[in-house]
Design a protein around this ligand. Structure first.
Ligand SMILES: Nc1ccn([C@@H]2O[C@H](COP(=O)(O)O)[C@@H](O)[C@H]2O)c(=O)n1
Ligand SMILES: [Mg+2]
Length: 284
């Protein structure tokens, strides 16, 4: 299926991009979701796994756990993306999903040192064009904040194995906690799920405060929950929201077009993002 780029207000979008360019690279920061935004949604006709590893057939997980994680995914994921349910309905169910999945993972006696193997065995893939995105941001000293409800230890290892975990990349996510023998016992608080990716889980990080001069933002997400990721930025002047609409495209298009400035349908690449960045970074 071909890729489609949609915008409800193309003139407004051009205005935001021009304003970001005029403000200059020193004012820019990128805030991005990880799973299904920086990583691919589909590969070879199948769904790619997320950093939760529900679909990873790791020799380190019991078959029973793999099946239970899959059952959870099949039950809760349709709720997560249901455009007809309210946030009030979804939030407690998301907490339930994350809590149950984290408990299952915590029973697996995963060793800190196993994470690299779990990632190597997994089919998780970054979107085509990830090298250009990470390299350009690093070259121009543009901070990249990855705000993910996935598993931080796994996603950090994914970008490390892709050789793009540069010094300008900061990750906030759900992190594993290990005992003194390096065995996973539980996950650290706060629990970050799809619909609480906002300032409420960033207390104490001071990340956005340190970047208070970076008032131009490019926000990348794939969920309606990703739209609040920049809420903690003190004084936003220009924000360009780019949304990957990966699944249930027809049903969700209307809401995505209302919320995101640019909506990318069936696009497994970062080409549009890279094209916009190239234009912004181009010397005039
Ligand atoms: N057990 C779980 C729980 C959630 N997911 C998916 O992970 C995504 C969250 O990560 P982001 O980087 O996108 O914030 C979310 O969209 C869930 O569908 C999962 O795969 N397994
Ligand atoms: Mg996502």
């Amino acid at each position: 299926m071909g890729t489609t780029v949609r915008m409800e207000q193309p003139e407004r979008v051009m205005g935001i991009i021009r304003a970001i360019k005029e403000q200059g690279v020193k004012k820019l920061q990128v805030i991005s979701d990880f799973d299904m935004t920086l990583s691919r949604f589909g590969c070879n006709g199948r769904r790619c796994p997320t950093s939760h590893s529900d679909d990873v057939h790791s020799v380190l997980f019991s078959i029973c756990t793999t099946l239970q994680l899959k059952d959870l995914l099949h039950y809760y994921y349709p709720i997560e993306i249901d455009p007809n349910r309210t946030l009030e309905e979804k939030c407690p169910l998301m907490v339930e999903w994350w809590t149950r999945a984290q408990e299952l993972l915590s029973q697996q006696k995963i060793q800190r040192g196993d994470i690299a193997q779990i990632v190597r065995e997994s089919d998780v893939m970054l979107r085509d064009g990830f090298n250009e995105l990470f390299d350009q941001l690093h070259k121009h000293n543009i901070p990249l904040f990855i705000f993910s409800a996935g598993v931080g230890d796994i996603l950090e290892e994914i970008i490390r194995q892709a050789n793009v975990f540069y010094s300008n990349v900061k990750v906030v996510s759900n992190y594993m906690d290990f005992d003194d023998k390096g065995v996973l016992t539980h996950f650290k608080a706060p629990l970050i799920h799809t619909y609480n990716k906002n300032n409420s889980v960033l207390q104490g990080t001071e990340y956005f405060q340190q970047l208070s001069t970076r008032t131009s933002i490019i926000l990348l997400g794939d969920s309606m929950g990703d739209l609040t990721m920049a809420d903690g930025v003190p004084s936003v002047e220009n924000i360009l929201k780019i949304g990957f609409l990966n699944d249930k495209v027809e049903e969700r298009r209307g809401k995505y077009l209302d919320a995101y400035d640019i909506v990318l349908e069936s696009d497994e690449t970062l080409d549009v993002v890279n094209g916009i960045l190239r234009y912004i970074l181009m010397e005039t």
